[in-house]
Design a protein around this ligand. Structure first.
Ligand code: PLP
Ligand code: ALO
Length: 348
């Protein structure tokens, strides 16, 4: 029997939200032109342009690794490098796809508090090597919200925009949890992307209630030249694209993209507060979106896993990550908290 209960491993674990499913079913009528030449795809891309208040180019891929790696490849040549945080997904969890897709662009890793790049760290990397023997920095990649569940403030984004301009660098934003950032910051999508210097955003639908499907938004349209061919060659041009674009339209038109993100963030806030009531449980990073990172004793981790609680321990720096999603419930959070209290007390 498949375990139907919500878990805390990842927002990738959740199912399809009602709005995405409803639009998927609506789109499942009759025959329509393939490869994105359908009405659903037109409506979805138009909606993105309206939501972000700019005439951007929009593409869809099946997953986030493809979105990140192909968009980065569009921003730089093989002899260039991409500056990213050492905990960035493009470094830790994409199996070299960014380097592969760009024919060898090197990832230059920076450290930074709470999983964030700073303009100072970027400038230090740019100036570390300027000789011909080292791949020239060309792109800054930031994740919003970050892999450690934190957020870049507008001020931090604008400082990065400034250093990017100074050194003629492009800015890529991994928006696997972009909706969670918008919900948490209460800023417009435009304010935390192109108005803050972002050239391309990979906006994730998978973690926001879709079955699969990421949107790539090129705010700097020149960088999107022939990107459709890059997607096709990489096997990322969906023939039945309506089944990616229609669920996206469902999230956008109904506002579910923001409702789902707000709910996940609120669940994470509730979980955080319950965890902080447990003795000797400390947050590892500020909880600013839908992820909660805490240090737990090994024996508590083992006991929770024995009770079939699912969560990651390899992300961040040795901690436990609890990820909330659009379908997380307070009931499941309370059950998790009760088990943490019970196993903690039994180990004392
Ligand atoms: C920060 C981040 N970026 C990108 C991705 C995309 O990964 P995938 O290729 O698994 O969709 C993920 C996956 O969860 C992620 O957490
Ligand atoms: C870590 C794993 O690769 C996935 N990106 C997640 O955040 O759940």
């Amino acid at each position: 029997m498949i375990n139907q209960l919500e878990q805390f491993a990842s927002d990738n674990s959740s199912g399809i939200c009602p709005e995405a499913l409803e639009y998927m079913i609506r789109a499942n009528q009759g025959s329509v032109p393939a490869y994105g030449n359908d009405e659903w795809t037109q409506k979805a891309t138009d909606y993105f342009r309206e939501l972000f208040e700019i005439d951007c180019e929009v593409f869809f891929t099946f997953n986030g690794t493809a979105a990140n790696s192909l968009s980065l490849a569009a921003l730089c040549q093989s002899y260039h490098s991409v500056i990213c945080h050492e905990t960035s997904h493009i470094e830790t969890d994409e199996c070299g796809a960014p380097e592969f897709a760009s024919n060898g662009s090197k990832l230059l890793l920076a450290q930074g508090k709470n999983g964030k790049l700073t303009s100072e760290a970027i400038e230090a990397i740019v100036n570390k090597r300027t000789d011909i023997h080292y791949p020239k920095p060309k792109v800054i990649s930031i994740t919003q919200s970050t892999e450690l569940g934190t957020l870049y403030s507008i001020e931090e984004l604008l400082k990065i925009k400034e250093v990017a301009k100074k050194y003629n660098l492009k800015i890529h934003m991994d928006g696997a949890r972009f909706a969670n950032a918008v919900a948490a910051m209460n800023k417009s999508p435009a304010e935390i992307t192109w108005k803050s210097g972002v050239d391309v955003l990979c906006f994730c639908g998978t973690k926001n209630g879709m079955a699969l499907g990421e949107a790539i938004l090129f705010f700097n349209k020149e960088l999107a030249e022939d990107f459709d061919y890059r997607c096709k060659q990489a096997g990322q041009l969906a023939s039945k694209m309506r089944f990616i674009s229609a669920p996206w339209l469902g999230l956008l038109e109904t506002g579910a993209w923001l409702k789902n993100a707000r709910h996940a963030n609120q669940c994470a806030e509730y979980l955080e507060n319950q965890l902080l009531n447990i003795e000797n449980v400390d947050l590892m990073f500020p909880r600013e979106a839908n992820a909660v990172f805490v240090k737990l004793p090994e024996q508590v981790i083992h006991a929770l896993k024995a009770k079939n609680w699912q969560f990651y321990t390899f992300i961040g720096v040795g901690g436990v990550r609890f990820m909330c999603s659009w379908n997380t419930t307070q009931l499941r959070i309370d059950e998790l908290i009760d088990d943490i209290k019970n196993v903690t007390n039994s180990k004392n």
